[in-house]
Design a protein around this ligand. Structure first.
Ligand code: NAD
Length: 509
């Protein structure tokens, strides 16, 4: 390829190939920035559909007062729809490919681009999980192929992952990063590795949530609530999986598994079963949740609230809880008797509640309570932890009590990490591993998860706030209980814990 790389200011004409979910958003974004766009589809019918989606998005912006009628017409005038790939890309300074996630389709298209594009044009792919190096390798000028990974919806989400292969000159990555900033995005630059930053951290966490569901750690609703109310995430993992599509999620996990091996990416059997049953999530009407039923929410009949509750150790948050219960007209005693309906003990994600339950007596009536602050001034959540020896009716009594005193709660089985720490700390460990491997800086990891997934704070900032030593001790307990090597704290996390060092030094919570 030519030695002079196109400068960001020289990118005036962009060809977007594939006007599906992503391509239509990307074309809109580029046209909004004042550049000309060739919007390319396989045939007129798909072109019409893609342009209709793009127009609808602009219309929404107009109706919300964010865009004038004139600006909408100017944006549309800059877009040239065509079903002729060669003609569409001929004048392009940059091509962004957003066709389906199938390597054979991408390879065929890139071979066509070899013939049809200017030799100095940059070719970018929006692939989520395929090897960009492999796509580049099949082309005549592989050095000009890079990744430009937008998030859905492209006009809204602020993150762009700019991906270089071993052949990409730094100037091309720089041009794409500057362009991304000019489009109002925050770019993070990484090398070509399965999942880049966001999907490599998101999907094992989603997979872990499925495993918690299939091993009866908690109900699907409580797993989702733990993530939203306990971690402050915009959506629970099972709801998010349904939105992404279970087939897509399975394919991404398989790519991660092929690249990294180990146990962390092995898909939960339930994910495969749902895919085999064609329950792909929202798009097929049913996945973890059933979207075909509208307004069928029924009022659950709550169990009677116990008249007497024992709280053996009334300190800290449990003391506050005792006051709340008393204020609700329920008597609180320090030691359980035969009249006591429920025995509350403090739960710690590093230890089994069972041991405290046996020590407190009346183990069948015991529930552990673990309070989690969501941060950012949000109210937080109580995990009600039930050892397997607890009577089945105790869960119902605990839920009834929580409802009576207005306690936001989820019910978890008695396994280290319960729900919230199990999900979050395993992901923190993955994030540290990514930094340890030299793949991305802590700041880029946090930025990517905040802007790509709507995290209120990045995982490494959250880890710092909790303390590396606390995270290590919970992971050690999870590892001891499950034998799963994926929960072993990575060496760098263990080192930071020992040294009391922060990953985001200087960043306050
Ligand atoms: P999509 O199925 O909605 O759209 C793909 C479009 O490409 C279709 O309209 C199809 O007609 C068109 N197409 C197929 N072959 C073509 C060709 N040879 N020339 C021109 N057009 C062609 O898919 P999508 O969800 O928009 O995903 C596109 C790419 O973006 C994939 O690589 C995907 O992994 C990636 N991606 C998707 C998301 C997401 O949330 N959906 C997020 C980030 C990245």
């Amino acid at each position: 390829m030519s030695s002079s790389v196109i400068q960001p200011g020289d990118i005036r004409e962009v060809a977007v190939i594939g006007l599906g979910l992503m391509g239509s958003g990307i074309a809109e974004l580029i046209a909004r920035s004042g550049r000309s766009v060739a919007a390319i589809e396989v045939n007129q019918s798909f072109l019409d559909q893609g342009m209709a989606r793009l127009r609808a998005s602009l219309d929404r912006a107009v109706s919300r007062g964010r865009l004038t009628d004139t600006a909408r017409e100017e944006i549309l005038a800059r877009i040239r729809p065509t079903d002729d790939v060669a003609a569409g890309v001929a004048g392009a300074d940059l091509v962004i490919e957003a066709i389906p996630e199938r390597i054979e389709l991408k390879n065929t298209l890139f071979a066509q681009l070899d013939e049809a594009c200017r030799a100095d044009a940059i070719l970018a792919t929006n692939t989520s999980s395929l090897s960009i190096t492999e796509i580049a390798g099949g082309t005549r000028y592989p050095a000009r192929v890079a990744g430009l990974h937008f998030f859905n919806p492209a006009p809204v989400m602020k993150l762009v992952e700019v991906i270089s292969t071993v052949l990409t000159p730094p100037e091309i990555a720089e041009t794409l990063a500057v362009l991304s900033r000019d489009l109002g995005k925050t770019p993070v630059r990484v090398s070509d590795r399965a999942g880049f930053i966001v999907n490599a951290l998101l999907f094992p966490y989603l997979n872990h949530a499925i495993r918690l569901l299939e091993t009866a750690q908690a109900t699907r609703e409580d797993i989702d609530k733990a993530a939203t109310a306990g971690l402050g995430l915009p959506m629970g993992p099972l709801t998010l999986l349904d939105l992404i599509g279970l087939d897509t999620s399975l394919a991404i996990l398989e790519t991660l598994q092929a690249e990294f091996g180990g146990t962390r990416y092995v898909h939960a059997p339930l994910l495969r079963k749902l895919c085999d049953a064609r329950l792909f999530g929202r798009k097929s009407g049913r996945g973890f949740y059933d979207y075909r039923k509208q307004g069928t929410a029924t009022d659950h009949q709550l169990a009677p609230v116990p008249a007497e509750v024992a709280i053996s150790e009334q300190a800290g948050r449990l003391d506050e809880l005792a006051s709340q219960i008393t204020a609700a007209g329920i008597s609180v005693v320090p030691q359980p008797s035969n009249e006591t309906g429920l025995v509350i003990v403090a739960a710690d994600p590093r230890h089994r509640v069972l041991d405290a339950a046996l020590a407190a007596g009346h183990p069948a009536d015991v529930v552990g309570v673990h309070f989690v602050e969501a941060g950012n001034g949000k109210p937080g959540l109580a995990e009600l932890v039930l050892p397997d020896v607890t009577a089945a009716s105790t869960a119902a009594k605990a839920a009834a009590l929580a409802a009576r005193i207005g306690l936001n709660a989820v019910i978890s089985r008695d396994r280290p990490g319960f729900i919230i720490e199990a999900l979050a700390y395993a992901q923190f460990n993955d994030a540290v591993r990514m930094f340890q491997d030299g793949y991305a800086s802590p700041a880029d990891i946090d930025t990517a998860m905040m802007l790509g997934c709507g995290y209120p704070r990045g995982p490494l900032q959250m880890l710092d706030e909790i303390g590396a030593a606390n995270v290590v001790s919970v992971l050690d307990a999870m590892h001891a209980a499950t034998g799963q090597p994926e929960f072993t704290p990575v060496p760098l996390l263990a080192e930071y814990a020992t040294a009391g060092k922060r990953f985001r030094a200087g960043v306050e919570g």
